[in-house]
Design a protein around this ligand. Structure first.
Ligand SMILES: NC(=O)c1ccc[n+]([C@@H]2O[C@H](COP(=O)([O-])OP(=O)(O)OC[C@H]3O[C@@H](n4cnc5c(N)ncnc54)[C@H](O)[C@@H]3O)[C@@H](O)[C@H]2O)c1
Ligand SMILES: O=P(O)(O)OC[C@H]1O[C@H](O[C@H]2[C@H](O)[C@@H](O)[C@@H](O)O[C@@H]2CO)[C@H](O)[C@@H](O)[C@@H]1O
Ligand SMILES: [Mn+2]
Length: 391
């Protein structure tokens, strides 16, 4: 099995430690030769990197090299994979994306509505620059992108790099939802096979099967309708905001019983309720700044001070694991099925060919091979087109 040269761009991210723990958990499936961190913010990246050095020394001694840099050439030369997770403008701009629309009684959310559009406008130029930089030094590397708003970023990258077939945008939300389905069913997420269609943060599960082909959709629906729905992934299981969001899935399913909704549909189906629930003086950005960002910083400080992970609560999460599983399937032609964002090209036959849709695909070394979905019902087509025509 060829060992991979991986770069993480935006390595000062709050998600990097989870990604590192997931790389360790997946080392047999996606073995690394070297790992390089790249970020434009030296100090932010250095803290995460110093902690990562300790973690890797303990848990990944076979890794040949780990380094971190703000130099593009040093970062991107000779890479096999680049995982991208940047946030242009940082969490302080996220705060504005959320608070300004709320001031006008409109949904204030980082990937939906005016805030999502503003974040999109910021992300696009950095992402285009980053892809050009990566391509200068590694024309053949796979670029797997998590940077939000993934729907808008995917659309921009499709337009600017139409011939680059090694850029793949993904989102962890369908996978995080499937972790909760798996828990309902007493199974592992990797035992489930989804049927799903939509745009990023705007889609529906139409079926969930097990690997033997048994249809488990009604079991999941009945459980949600009768017992509610809760997050189960380690990163969000105890987070009050995510608990509230998952709870809303029961209401969505009661009101729209045909398919199982992505959690983000709450902002589109109940915008005024969402606005009412928000505190304009303390939005999600504030919660993340005071929560995940501080927690990760403290975790890094603890590991660096101890030069050990013995007092650190480190967890593997679905966010990290999902991207690595997709990467492994691309690298080794595993032909696993994952939900990814890809050009429609007839997959949803009554949506435009050039739409960037989120659908299940077989992930091969030649890229994602999405499965045909055919015509979607008018209601969903209308909702999706409303979004598409905004772009
Ligand atoms: N697609 C998904 O489902 C998904 C899931 C989780 C997070 N995300 C996205 O991942 C990104 C990171 O989230 P976070 O909360 O950890 O943010 P963060 O602010 O903690 O980290 C982002 C890092 O990116 C760096 N950065 C900013 N611009 C850069 C550039 N041009 N080049 C290199 N580095 C740059 C920052 O310095 C920072 O260290 C965000 O875009 C977020 O929306 C996406
Ligand atoms: O409000 P945040 O910053 O906590 O989350 C925003 C992101 O939410 C989704 O990602 C979840 C993910 O689904 C879950 O598995 C876990 O890893 O937590 C993430 C959030 O913390 C969404 O898919 C992303 O696009 C958002 O960035
Ligand atoms: Mn997402």
């Amino acid at each position: 099995m060829k060992r991979q040269k991986l770069v993480i761009a935006g390595a000062g991210s709050t998600y990097t430690l989870g990604m590192v723990m997931s790389l360790i958990a997946e080392k047999d499936n996606f073995p690394l030769e070297c790992l390089t961190f790249y970020d434009i913010d030296h100090d932010r990246q250095e803290k995460v990197s110093k902690a990562t050095e300790v973690i890797l020394k303990e848990k990944y001694p076979e890794l040949k090299q780990f380094k971190y840099t703000t130099d593009k050439k040093e970062a991107f030369e000779d890479a096999d994979f680049v995982f991208v997770q940047i946030r242009t403008g940082g969490l302080s701009m996220r705060e504005k994306d959320e608070k300004i629309p709320l001031k006008y009684g409109v949904v204030g959310q980082e990937t939906c509505g005016p805030g999502g559009m503003a974040y999109g406008m910021r992300s696009i130029s950095d992402m285009i620059e980053l892809v050009n930089d990566i391509r200068k030094y590694s024309p053949d590397a796979w670029i797997l992108n998590y940077t939000n708003p993934a729907a808008i970023v995917a659309e921009a990258l499709r337009r600017v790099f139409p011939n680059d077939k090694k850029i793949l945008n993904i989102c962890d939300m369908p996978a995080a939802i499937m972790v909760s389905y798996a828990s309902i069913l007493g199974k592992e997420i990797w035992d489930l096979v989804p049927e799903y269609f939509g745009l990023n943060h705007f889609g529906w599960f139409t079926k969930i099967y097990d690997k033997e082909g048994n249809d488990l959709t009604d079991d999941i629906k009945n459980s949600i309708l009768n017992k509610g729905f809760v997050p189960e992934d380690s990163e969000i299981v105890n987070d009050p905001s995510w608990i509230k969001t998952f709870k809303q899935v029961q209401i969505m399913l009661k009101d729209f019983p045909e398919y199982l909704p992505n959690t983000y549909l709450q902002y589109y189906l109940y915008p005024q309720d969402m606005v009412k629930k928000e505190d304009i003086n303390y939005t999600r950005a504030n919660q993340v700044i005071d929560g995940r960002e501080k927690r990760v910083k403290n975790l890094c400080n603890q590991i660096i001070a101890d030069q050990s992970t013995q007092n650190a609560h480190l967890e593997v999460d679905i966010h990290g694991r999902y991207m690595i599983k997709v990467a492994a399937s691309l690298a080794y032609n595993n032909c696993d099925i994952y939900i990814v964002i890809t050009e429609n090209n007839g997959i949803i036959s009554n949506l435009p060919d050039d739409a960037m849709v989120e659908v299940p695909a077989m992930i091969t070394k030649n890229g994602p091979k999405p499965f045909a979905i055919g015509k979607i019902p008018t209601f969903y087509k209308g909702l999706l087109e409303n979004q598409l025509f905004l772009y």
